[in-house]
Write a protein that binds this ligand. Structure first.
Ligand code: ZN
Length: 427
């Protein structure tokens, strides 16, 4: 079996890995880069109007035969680990005959992101997979493993072919709401793995103050109980673990979690995957504020907006109950409160990656609103990565999704195979 990391050998984002046997080829993830060649944030604007040739020349698209729309397709499948754009964001360029395998939750979120105009990825040929249920694709036997990650319904893949066993970790962690999945892999790891392709996002990063999703829930609860004013919480709508933590903290502090229709829509869609995800109609501690923006316009057009009417809270009601609310922050919501001069004694809880903070900080600073940082990473800490490696005991570890491949030897020992983007090795 041959392996090529087309991108991701020395960076986080833009993941694309290819496996080849004599007769079959598959791709693992096909993401948008997060950084450019100078490690500056990658700007995806305008790439969809450029030609494939130009994008390959700029190394935005990897040069892969039989994959793109204008080629005759010879790629057997694309396997997606989870619905983060740095793992799927370039899929709009691939040939529609090539099937893309992913979890049901991944499919629902990718479709939702396209519906709301967040991506160009209108995927034609999706096949959903079940965790721990092996399937064949050409020479490959593929087994998805459900993992704990901030990306919803994320999976790792065991791939067997030509007598070799490769385990691709995707993005994962051991300290989220599904940490049981991580512990299960430690207890019952995939056996006789030759190569572990292992993410290393946390190498070179600090753990931060709050290690687990339970620490987050407890701290949110304490803030909501002790604070007197209105809380805004900034977090990703697609980080479902975090929404659950906020909702549970609202229950524990008897506050009302006010979400926007977009959030209600996402949670409603994901009901098909889990009945434990909070829903707009779960009672007095969750309400929907009907803001008017491009997302709600789209929902009104396809009539999905009206479903949430029964849970509606008006601005006047919010003003009245201001001291018992937790409002999910969005551009429109915060503007409405600011325009009505109604932000006094508010607090912003910032519960997402720090890198996005500069986008919103000026607004809150201007209104003299304190910002409290309460976040934990979607990725495995170094000791979690070590426990994972010790359980699986692969013959070789291949660094991927990290800015520090050279650090793997010091952390995991000597059996590290550091690859270069675009170089093919025989496994
Ligand atoms: Zn991810």
């Amino acid at each position: 079996m041959n392996l090529t990391i087309h991108r991701g050998a020395k960076e986080i984002g833009g993941t694309c890995i290819e496996l080849q046997t004599a007769k079959s080829r598959i791709i693992l993830d096909f993401g948008l880069p997060l950084v450019d060649d100078n490690k500056e944030p990658f700007d995806a604007k305008g790439i969809y109007s450029k030609s494939k040739k130009e994008l390959i020349r700029q190394s935005i698209l990897p040069d892969i035969k039989g994959l793109y729309k204008d080629d005759s397709p010879s790629m057997g499948a694309i396997l997606l680990s989870h619905p983060h754009q740095d793992h799927y964001g370039l899929l709009s360029f691939i040939h529609p005959d090539i099937p893309i395998f992913m979890s049901q939750g991944c499919k629902l979120l990718i479709e939702a992101s396209y519906f709301f105009g967040q991506t160009e990825c209108k995927l034609e040929n999706i096949q959903t997979v079940q965790s721990w249920k092996p399937f064949k694709r050409g020479d490959f036997l593929i087994t998805p493993y459900l993992v704990d990650h901030s990306g919803f319904d994320a999976i790792a893949f065991l791939i067997e072919g030509e007598g070799k066993k490769v385990f691709y970790s995707g993005d994962f962690r051991g300290h989220g709401r599904k940490s049981i999945l991580f512990n299960n892999i430690l207890k019952n790891p995939p056996k006789d793995i030759d190569y572990l392709i292992l993410e290393g996002s946390m190498l070179g990063r600090d753990k931060g103050k709050y290690e687990t999703e339970w620490n987050i829930e407890n701290e949110l609860t304490a803030q909501f109980k002790n604070g007197k004013g209105l809380f805004f919480v900034a977090c990703s709508t697609q980080n479902v673990d975090r929404l659950v933590s906020i909702y549970r903290a609202c229950l524990r502090s008897d506050r009302v979690f006010v979400i926007d229709p977009y959030t209600a829509f996402i949670l409603d869609k994901l009901q098909a995957v889990s009945s434990n995800i909070p829903q707009y109609d779960w009672g007095k501690n969750i309400k929907v504020f009907f803001v008017s923006n491009s997302y709600t316009e789209k929902m009104a057009e396809n009539k999905s907006l009206f479903k949430f009417k029964s849970a509606r809270i008006t601005y006047d009601e919010m003003q009245e109950k201001k001291h018992s609310l937790v409002v999910k922050d969005s551009y429109t919501t915060r503007k409405i409160f600011a325009n009505k001069n109604n932000l006094d004694s508010s607090v912003l809880i910032y519960s997402m990656w720090e890198g996005y903070l500069p986008q919103v900080k000026p607004f809150w600073d201007k209104h003299n609103i304190p910002i409290v940082m309460i976040h934990s990473s979607g990725h495995a800490y170094i000791e979690e990565l070590q426990a994972f490696v010790n359980a699986i005991k692969p013959k070789w570890i291949i660094p991927n999704h990290t800015f520090y491949p050279a650090k793997y030897t010091g952390i995991f020992g000597n059996s590290i195979l550091i690859l270069k983007d675009g170089h093919t090795v025989e496994l």
